[in-house]
Design a binder for this molecule. Structure first.
Ligand SMILES: *Cc1c(COP(=O)(O)O)cnc(C)c1O
Length: 404
């Protein structure tokens, strides 16, 4: 018989504080009201765990959920039955009619932006004899997916060929709502104007009013006019922000009539697995790039790039004092990653601190003592954004939920 292995065996884990998710959603809901909030939980809730985050977001006051793909929606539907889940992408051509039927039966809300996509859903809804309200996505300048404004007339005709289909929402996506330059701010205004223009025409042509939505976190916080009927917030519900500009705008709201603050929900932690002292002049890890300039206590920690601690967190030629490489928190101190990040392990330079011991907690992202390493700080070291850092935390890392 096999033994059940406890998650602690791994020596590395992510803690997700669900009370932080509830707090963040509730703060955003207060801020954007009367617009409602859709919690974006695609990509396993940015690595935080889709089902758990979705439940916490609803407790915090979210009224909708959004994901990229059908499979993601189904996973959440297993535990959350009564809330609309919006698909941010059109159901793909590879999806067969049984699969589409399952999505529609479960009340998943499809997005459409092509005649083929409309056809796919229309045929199945007709067979099912079920009324389906789709959200029509319009490209207002992001140029990723979304219907050309010039094609809307013909798409509306495609929809009306299926009496089982109706438009329940019109939406678009902002490209530079996190930008601080005048050009970005102007572009966001143009996108809003374009979506409003589409909506006005839609209503003038005799259609009933539908839900209108445009804002991501950056729009919801930094461009209040984009909030419309609903905001689709991802990164902010996890307690991070898309840019310094957005952080500044949030601070202004918080100095005004909204109280509280966003709290990072995820911490990435590990335990020291091995400790030794090495002599001055020794060189560590693959490539021998990290040279000890004094006798040092070196802690080995069982987390590496296969877990999502990116190899770029150590740069060859990196000198401790340059700050070019990454740090971890250990015994309340910020300590450098010492040498090449390997697939399963890192080395940490603890200098002369002989108190460092086996099983000490190591914080890669999160708080320890007086200090905190944010996902944004890690992202800045890697030349990326917090979103990618979160999504990079692999399935090898067990997620531990606090305050569920
Ligand atoms: C991911 C995504 C969002 C959420 O963006 P954040 O910047 O994380 O708030 C909103 N809308 C669409 C279409 C998305 O793809």
């Amino acid at each position: 018989m096999r033994v059940d292995w406890a998650p602690e065996r791994r020596g590395a884990w992510a803690e997700v504080d669900l009370s932080a998710i509830r707090n963040n959603v509730s703060l955003l809901v207060d801020m954007v009201g009367p617009s409602i909030l859709c919690a974006v939980v695609k990509a396993n809730a940015y690595g935080h765990g889709a089902r758990e985050v979705a439940a916490a977001a609803l407790d915090g006051g979210a009224q909708w959920l959004a994901v990229a793909f059908g499979e993601e929606a189904l996973e959440i539907r297993e535990s959350i039955t009564d809330v609309p889940i919006l698909l941010l992408q059109e159901i793909s051509s590879g999806t067969n009619s049984n699969e589409i039927r399952e999505l529609l039966e479960l009340g998943i809300v499809p997005t459409v932006y092509s005649a083929e996509g409309i056809e796919r859903i229309g045929r199945v809804s007709k067979l099912m004899n079920r009324q389906v309200g789709v959200h029509l996505k319009v490209d207002t300048g992001m140029h990723r997916v979304g219907a050309d404004i010039d094609d809307l007339q013909s798409l509306m005709e495609s929809i009306s060929r299926f009496p089982s289909l109706g438009v329940a929402g019109l939406w678009s996506h902002l490209a530079v709502a996190d930008g601080e330059y005048g050009e970005d701010i102007e572009f966001t205004g143009r996108q809003l104007g374009a979506l409003r223009g589409v909506y006005d025409k839609f209503v003038q042509s005799g259609e009933s009013p539908v839900m209108l939505h445009l804002a991501n976190s950056a729009g919801a916080i930094a461009h209040p006019a984009t909030r419309l009927d609903m905001v689709r917030c991802g990164i902010s519900i996890y307690g991070e922000l898309p840019s310094e500009m957005v952080a500044g705008r949030l601070a202004e709201h918080l100095a005004g009539n909204i109280s509280g603050q966003l709290i990072p929900a995820l911490s990435l932690k590990a335990r020291v697995g091995y400790v030794r002292e090495l002599e001055e002049g020794e060189r560590l890890s693959y490539g021998r790039h990290y040279r000890l300039n004094r006798r040092s206590v070196i802690a080995t920690v069982p987390i590496g790039y296969a877990d999502g601690l990116a190899r770029g967190m150590f740069k060859p030629g990196h000198n401790v004092d340059e700050g070019a490489g990454g740090y971890v928190l250990l015994r309340g101190e910020r300590r450098p990653i010492a040498g090449t990040v390997t697939m399963d392990q890192i080395l940490v330079d603890c200098g002369s601190d002989t108190s460092v011991s086996l099983d000490d907690e190591v914080v890669i992202i999160g708080e320890q003592g007086e200090d905190r390493i944010t996902a944004s700080e890690v992202a800045a070291k890697l030349g990326t954004i917090s979103y990618e850092v979160f999504c990079g935390i692999s399935s090898r890392i067990p997620r531990v939920y606090l305050n569920g």
